[in-house]
Design a binder for this molecule. Structure first.
Ligand code: CTP
Ligand code: CA
Length: 223
C-alpha cells in the first residue's frame, strides 16, 4: 500500500556500501592506513535497511557494530576490497563507495618483521587500483555514488571526480571545517550530481545525511 511504499522507498533494491579505511601491510606487525572511522558508511547501511533495501556492507577495520540486517564482508586491504566489490557488482543496483581506499600500498610485503638499521629507511609505494573508476568503466545499470574528502578546492575536485570516475553522484566535504569529516558524528556535505546540480546540505548528523543521500539516489532511480 501507499504508506508502506513511502516508508520503504528502497524496497527490492540491492545496495552495496563500502565503509572505513583500508590497511596496507608493510610486514606482519605494521601497516599504512588513514583516519576514516566508518561512521558515514555504517550510517548509510543503516538508513538503506530502514528504507527497505537489501544491503551488503563491505567494511575495512573499524570500531563500529554493523546493522544486524546487513550482509557484512570484512576486508583489510584495497586489493581485498576491490575483489569483494567486484564479486557483488553485477547483482547490485546501487554502489556507494564511502570507504577511504588507500591510494598506495607498499611495493614489497616483508614476510618477516623488518629490523631497524642505522640511519634512515625508505619504503617504496605503488598505486592501488581505483575501484570506483573501474566500476564506472564497467557499469551496466548501476547507480554509482562516490565520496570526496578534501581540504581545498572542494567543488573543482568533486566535479573532476564525477567525470573521471563516470559516477552519478559525488558527495563532497571539506575535512578542515569544524563539524565535518573524520570521526565526527556530524558532517557538512554537498552532493554533486552528473546532471550538473549541486545540493548543499547544512551541518547534520551522519544519520540524516545518509537519509538525504538515499533520497537523492531513490529519486534518480525513478528518472
Ligand atoms: N576510491 C576507490 N578506489 C581507490 C581510491 C578511491 O574506489 N583506490 C573511491 C573512494 O571510495 C571515493 C572516491 O573514489 O568514493 C573518491 O576518492 P578520493 O580519495 O577522494 O579520490 P581519488 O581519486 O583517490 O583522488 P585523490 O585522493 O588524489 O584526491
Ligand atoms: Ca584517494
Amino acid at each position: 500500500n501507499e504508506r508502506k511504499l513511502q516508508q520503504q522507498p528502497l524496497k527490492g533494491k540491492k545496495y552495496l556500501i563500502t565503509a572505513g579505511p583500508t590497511r596496507e601491510a608493510i610486514d606482519p606487525v605494521r601497516f599504512v592506513t588513514n583516519h576514516s572511522s566508518g561512521k558515514m558508511g555504517y550510517a548509510l547501511a543503516e538508513a538503506a535497511i530502514e528504507m527497505g533495501a537489501e544491503v551488503t556492507l563491505i567494511t575495512g577495520p573499524v570500531n563500529l557494530k554493523p546493522p544486524p540486517k546487513a550482509s557484512v564482508i570484512p576486508v583489510e586491504s584495497a586489493a581485498d576490497m576491490y575483489d569483494a566489490v567486484f564479486d557483488q557488482f553485477a547483482t547490485s543496483d546501487v554502489v556507494i563507495m564511502t570507504a577511504a581506499v588507500a591510494d598506495y600500498k607498499p611495493k614489497v610485503y616483508h614476510t618477516r618483521k623488518m629490523k631497524k638499521q642505522p640511519g634512515e629507511n625508505v619504503i617504496e609505494f605503488e598505486r592501488t587500483k581505483d575501484i570506483l573508476k573501474e566500476l564506472g568503466e564497467n557499469k551496466t545499470h548501476q547507480i554509482l555514488v562516490g565520496f570526496a574528502a578534501e581540504t581545498n578546492n572542494v567543488e573543482e575536485y568533486a566535479r573532476g571526480k564525477l567525470v573521471k570516475k563516470n559516477a552519478d553522484m559525488i558527495v563532497a566535504n571539506n575535512v578542515t571545517v569544524a563539524g565535518a569529516g573524520f570521526g565526527t558524528d556530524t558532517n557538512i556535505v554537498t552532493i554533486y550530481d552528473k546532471d550538473g546540480s549541486a545540493t548543499e546540505l547544512p551541518k547534520m548528523s551522519k544519520a540524516d545525511i545518509a537519509k538525504s543521500i538515499l533520497a537523492e539516489v531513490s529519486r534518480k532511480q525513478k528518472e
